[in-house]
Design a protein around this ligand. Structure first.
Ligand code: PXL
Length: 279
C-alpha cells in the first residue's frame, strides 16, 4: 500500500546546505550548469541554478559555440525566487556572457543585504575552448569591474590568470604563484589559479593563495589535453565544500581530488574533447 502523504511530509530531515550556481547551460552536459549541479549533488549539497545563457556546440563548425543569452528580467526573476526561498550557503558564478547579464547579476547580489551568502566563488569564464582570446573585451571588463569585487574566492585558469594578474606569460609554477598573489592583492579574494595541462611537467598544478598561505596542489596529469567541464567542476566543488563549512584551503584540496577523479573517469563522445564525469 502506498505511504499516505501525511506520513511522508511529517518526517522532515534537516536541510542540507543550499548551493546556487549562476551559470550557462552547455547542452551536451559536460560543462556549465549541468556539471555544477552534478558536483553539488555528489558532494551532498542541494543545488539550484540561475540560468544565464544557453551554449550549443556546433558540430558543423568545429564544435564552436552557439550562444544565446537568457533575458535579463528572467535572470533577475530566478535569483529573486531562489533567495526568497532559501538561505543560500554558497554561490558559484560561472559563464555570464554579456555585459547586461553581468550588470543584472551584480545588481541582484548587491541588493541582497544580509541575505548575501558568505561565500561567492567566481569562475571567471572569460573565454571557452574554441573561442578567440579577447573576443569579448567589453564582457571581460564588466566582469572585472562588477563581479570580481563581490567574489570571496576566484578560480582563474591559465589564460584568465594572465588577464587578471596582468602577467604577459605564465610558464612556470613560480609564474602561476606570482599571478595568484597579484590577483589576491588586487581583489582580496582567495585565489585558486589553475595551471591544468598548460604548464610543462608531469603534474597538473594549481596554486592556492589566501593572503598568507600559499600551497601548490598537484596531481599527475591525465593526458595532455584539457577536458571539458574540469574548471566548472573544480569551482563547483569548492562552492559545495565551503557551503558545508570547510576552510578555503580544505575546500581547494577536496575539489582538486574530486576533479582529478572525474577526469580519470571522463566521458568520451563523438566531440573532439572528453568531458569530466562527477563520481
Ligand atoms: O568550461 C567553461 C564553460 C562554462 N559554462 C558554459 C560553457 C563552458 C564551455 O563550454 O559552455 C555554459
Amino acid at each position: 500500500m502506498a505511504t499516505p502523504l501525511t506520513e511522508v511530509t511529517s518526517v522532515t530531515a534537516p536541510n542540507p546546505p543550499v548551493t546556487l550556481t549562476i551559470a550557462g547551460s552547455e547542452a551536451t552536459g559536460g560543462a556549465g550548469a549541468q556539471a555544477d549541479l552534478r558536483t553539488f549533488q555528489s558532494l551532498g549539497t542541494f543545488g539550484m541554478v540561475a540560468l544565464t545563457c544557453i551554449v550549443s556546440f556546433d558540430p558543423q563548425a568545429g564544435w564552436g559555440h552557439r550562444f544565446v543569452p537568457v533575458e535579463a528580467g528572467v535572470i533577475a526573476d530566478q535569483l529573486e525566487a531562489q533567495f526568497d526561498c532559501y538561505d543560500v550557503a554558497a554561490v558559484k558564478i560561472g559563464m555570464l556572457g554579456t555585459p547586461l547579464t553581468i550588470e543584472t547579476v551584480a545588481t541582484a547580489l548587491s541588493e541582497l543585504g544580509p541575505r548575501l551568502p558568505p561565500h561567492i566563488v567566481l569562475d571567471p569564464v572569460l573565454i571557452c575552448k574554441g573561442q578567440e582570446p579577447g573576443a569579448a573585451l567589453d564582457t571581460d571588463t564588466a566582469l572585472k569591474a562588477r563581479i570580481l569585487p563581490l567574489a570571496t574566492f576566484v578560480t582563474p585558469n591559465h589564460f584568465e590568470a594572465m588577464a587578471l594578474s596582468g602577467l604577459a606569460q605564465i610558464t612556470t609554477e613560480h609564474d602561476l604563484a606570482d599571478a595568484a598573489r597579484r590577483i589576491h592583492d588586487a581583489c582580496g579574494a582567495v585565489v585558486l589559479a589553475k595551471g591544468g595541462v598548460r604548464l610543462e611537467g608531469p603534474d597538473a598544478i594549481d596554486v592556492f593563495y589566501d593572503g598568507s598561505t600559499l600551497e601548490v596542489l598537484r596531481a599527475a596529469k591525465v593526458g595532455e589535453v584539457a577536458v571539458s567541464g574540469a574548471g566548472c567542476t573544480l569551482a563547483a566543488a569548492v562552492t559545495a565544500e565551503l557551503a558545508k563549512g570547510s576552510t578555503p584551503l580544505d575546500a581547494a584540496r577536496t575539489a582538486k581530488e574530486f576533479v582529478t577523479r572525474g577526469i580519470k573517469a571522463r566521458m568520451t563522445s563523438r566531440a573532439p574533447f572528453d568531458a569530466v564525469r562527477q563520481l
